[in-house]
Every structure is written in C-alpha cells, then in structure tokens.
Design a protein around this ligand. Sequence first.
Ligand code: NI
Length: 169
Amino acid sequence: MIVPILKLGASELRKVSEPVTDFNGELEEIARNMIETMYGASGIGLAAPQIGINIRLVTIDPTVGEDKDKTIVICNPEIVTSEGRQSGQEGCLSIPNFSENVERPMKMVVQGRDLKGEGVRFEAEGILSRCFCHEIDHINGVLFIDHLSALKRTLIRNKIKKLAKAGEW
Ligand code: NI
C-alpha cells in the first residue's frame, strides 16, 4: 500500500527512532508499504520515520525498481567503517523539489538485521554509500539540509514557508 510521505515540518522526521526489537508483528507489512511508497515516488531510499513510524527501518534501491530483487531492507543499520569522500547532489522525498550538494563517504560497510532478525552486512560504494548515509541520518532525526551552510538552509526554509503559506507544502 502506498502511504503518505511526511514533509519537512512533521515532528516525526526530527525524532531519534527506536531500534527494531520485534521481528514478527507488523514489521514485514511496514517494510512492504515503504518499498511500494518509495517506488511510487520514484525514490531511491525511504526511512520509516518518513511514513510516521519512528523505528530504525530503511529501504534502499539505487536502481529505482529496475532490479527489485536487489532492494535492500535493513533494520537497525550501523556504519561499521567508512572511507574516502564524495560530493554530489542530494534530495529527499520529505523535502521535494530541493537538492543541494552534500559530502558523504565514498565507501562504507554497514551492518544490521533483515526482516527475520538475521544479521546482514553490506559493502556500499558511490550512490549506495550516499543512500545508506542519508537513510541512517533519517532514523537519527537528521535531514540533508542539516549538512548545508546556515545560509543555504535558511534560503530553503524561507522558500518552504512561502509554499506552506500558499498551501503548496
Ligand atoms: Ni530523505
């Protein structure tokens, strides 16, 4: 089921999310909704807080659904090691139509758990490394605009305030 994506201004986006501890229950359904919602919005990643659920669950697919077998679903992801730097444009489904240059590590190793609670480990490079960073930021209540200069952040906030006033946010 495609569910609404919260936008900047929603309090859930600013909370530190709770670790996943129950690997039964609704976890699989939440993940399925996240994947459908991510593809529905042509996104390459989504974190549970973006659909209003403050748990440490993220979905990632840099191919935007071209190879759905490779969709990554990870609970409680943690960066084990990271190296190098990359600079590139980054956007967010919760801050639509804005993108800015953000620096991220070029490579990283991430570990966490799958939907069954089994340990998983990914070696990520380039765009995948960027995705992991962005989504792990989300479950810590951090958004890409937090990595920008105060001036750039204020410019974006002011534009969004105008959009909100016009009922377009
Ligand atoms: Ni995002």
